[in-house]
Design a binder for this molecule. Structure first.
Ligand SMILES: Nc1ncnc2c1ncn2[C@@H]1O[C@H](COP(=O)(O)OP(=O)(O)OP(=O)(O)O)[C@@H](O)[C@H]1O
Length: 299
């Protein structure tokens, strides 16, 4: 893995009904990392911790090489863009222009031409009061604002929430362009499989406040497969198959088995003279379901 932009060590946050961590996580620079997890698994909590908006009970966070909370984080925060999960209601009475006038003072990297171009592409009228914008319009406005100061690290909490398909495509294109320079990093939480597939290089799974791991997306999608294997009626020790996750009979002598080590599983089956009659790659949401069910069983 390349240089890391986010380094989290021994991070723990205890709430009355929820515990996040302990989190150990290293997020690579120059890549898009998607954090995927069920509702309430701790994605937004992790973002808030990364921004210093809430405090951990234990552990440390380093962002862009600086330890969070060690000194005044104000200058560090000017290097970070953040799109929260929901709009900030306090801003409702401001027009887009008034909000931008306020924000641009804080960010040395503010680029007026980029801001104007984003408003144009997203078809936003900045003269409107933020509280009068539709949900999708407001989302596009907030995304434009988060990008206008050209942050080194962009944190996006469910960025496409409320966007129509045209705006969604524009957003994907805008984010691809933002990444073109090669030295910028996006960390995003998303429930949209297609969005993750198009944007992410790495996937982090989080379930019940625990990080299950960080995976290179293409390798992950290649390694999780459902195989339909015909052992000709023989009784095989399926659970010893590399990467075995689940299995069941699927009619006749065909066994349907899910593995997260497709290559090794195939070799194992071959060595036992089992014919694989069909293979299907799992989608990201199917992988999440498998991991969630397993984690819920053991946590
Ligand atoms: N300020 C808070 N005080 C106490 N508990 C909180 C607070 N904020 C969040 N939680 C709890 O932390 C847990 C994780 O919430 P969080 O919003 O991080 O989940 P999420 O993964 O972002 O969910 P979603 O996919 O629904 O957006 C939930 O059980 C939530 O109730």
């Amino acid at each position: 893995m390349t240089d890391s932009v986010v380094e989290i060590a021994g991070l723990l946050q205890r709430r009355t009904h929820f515990e996040l961590g302990p989190v150990e996580l290293s997020i690579p620079k120059g890549c898009v990392t998607a954090i995927i997890g069920p509702n309430g698994s701790g994605k937004s909590s992790l973002f808030r911790l990364m921004l210093g908006l809430s405090k951990p009970d234990e552990g440390s966070l380093h962002l862009l090489g600086e330890r969070l909370g060690e000194r005044d984080d104000a200058s560090l925060m000017t290097r970070i863009g953040y799109l929260p999960e929901g709009a900030i209601e306090l801003d409702d009475r401001l027009s887009g222009e008034a909000k931008a006038a306020f924000v641009r003072q804080w960010y040395p990297g503010w680029n007026e031409a980029v801001y104007r171009e984003l408003l144009r592409r997203f078809e936003i009228n900045p003269a409107l009061k933020l509280g009068r914008m539709s949900k999708g319009m407001r989302r596009k406005y907030d995304l434009s604002l988060a990008l206008a100061h050209q942050p080194e690290l962009l944190l996006l909490d469910e960025p496409s929430s409320g966007l129509d398909p045209i705006a969604w495509k524009t957003m994907i294109d805008v984010l691809h362009r933002y990444m073109e320079r090669g030295d910028r990093t996006i960390v995003m939480a998303s429930h949209i499989v297609e969005e993750v597939r198009r944007l992410a290089d790495y996937i982090v799974f989080i379930v019940q406040g625990r990080i299950l791991g960080i995976y290179e997306k293409d390798a992950l999608l290649a390694s999780w497969q459902t195989m339909y294997a015909d052992a000709g009626g023989r009784d095989l020790a399926w659970q010893q198959m590399p990467g075995y996750r689940s299995g069941e009979m699927s009619g006749g002598t065909v066994y349907k088995v899910v593995t997260d080590q497709a290559f090794e599983a195939e070799r194992w089956l071959d060595a036992q003279s089992v014919t694989v009659i069909n293979r299907q790659k799992l989608e990201l949401d199917e992988i999440l379901v498998q991991l969630t069910e397993q984690a819920r069983g053991v946590l």
